[in-house]
Design a protein. Structure first.
Length: 256
């Protein structure tokens, strides 16, 4: 079959039940009883869409991480989770073919949730407030849309080499190394960020200017090796860490 859909009405929850989904007799459609042989044939697919539809569900830590014995992570192309409010740690880690995700109700994205999703190019999380550590590490993201995000965890988007722009209008805390080695980054908007952790923008050689109007803390190595950076503005800064501007060879304007 060309599409494999895991739908919410066939499950009692997402978590350990999902790890056992292939061994659950009603796993494929509501009320459908299938034999082991039928299950094996149903696993011959090219595209997986994981789509629960029950209000307020959460994807718990590692929920889909260990399904490799049932189908290859390389076959999962899309995830549509319209009512899931929380995605746990490692939930979709290593799904290398994944190109799209839809999480319009997700408030929390756990640590490592989508790390090494190496074909994931865009993500829209309109109500997410908390992005965990390494949540999108080593993804192919070009843009991110996180209008409600307040907390960005350590190394959350490192090293997303294709990421060109960042707009985080609500983010107050940017964790250590969050955008480190984002080598294509040219545009950053962080109007309310108060905390910029260590190495947040380290080795972003295409970044030319940045303004952080309310940032009070700028961590160690925050802009190290940003070789094209010409202007910075941190009028509210009370602490700037060691080596924050090491090898910023083009820097000519500093507003503190």
């Amino acid at each position: 079959m060309s599409d494999f859909i895991i739908q919410g009405e066939t499950l009692t929850g997402l978590g350990d039940q999902v790890r056992r989904i292939i061994n659950t007799s009603s796993a494929f459609t509501p009320g459908q009883m299938v034999s082991k042989a039928e299950k094996l044939s149903l696993l011959k697919f090219e595209n997986v869409v994981i789509m629960p539809n029950q209000i307020g569900w959460s994807v718990s830590s590692g929920a889909f991480e260990n399904l490799g014995s049932h189908f290859s992570k390389k076959e999962v192309l899309g995830i549509d989770l319209p009512t899931v409010t929380s995605v746990g740690s490692y939930a979709f880690s290593g799904y290398s073919a994944l190109t799209t995700i839809s999480l319009p109700s997700a408030v929390y994205i756990g640590d490592y949730a989508f790390e090494y999703c190496t074909r994931l190019t865009s993500v829209s999380l309109p109500v997410a407030t908390d992005i965990g550590e390494r949540a999108f590490m080593n993804c192919a993201l070009r843009t991110i849309d996180l209008p409600a995000a307040e907390h960005i965890g350590r190394s959350a988007f490192s090293p997303c080499g294709g990421l060109t722009s960042i707009s985080l209008p609500a983010a107050t805390h940017i964790g250590e190394g969050a955008f480190e080695y984002c080598t294509s980054l040219t545009s950053v908007s962080l109007p309310v960020a108060e905390y910029i952790g260590d190495s947040v923008f380290r080795s972003s050689p295409d970044l030319t200017a940045i303004s952080l109007p309310v940032a009070e803390y700028i961590g160690n190595n925050a802009f190290r090796d940003c070789t094209a950076l010409t202007a910075v503005s941190f009028p509210a800064a009370t602490s700037i860490g060691k080596y924050a501007f090491v090898n910023c060879i083009a820097l000519t304007s500093v507003n503190l």
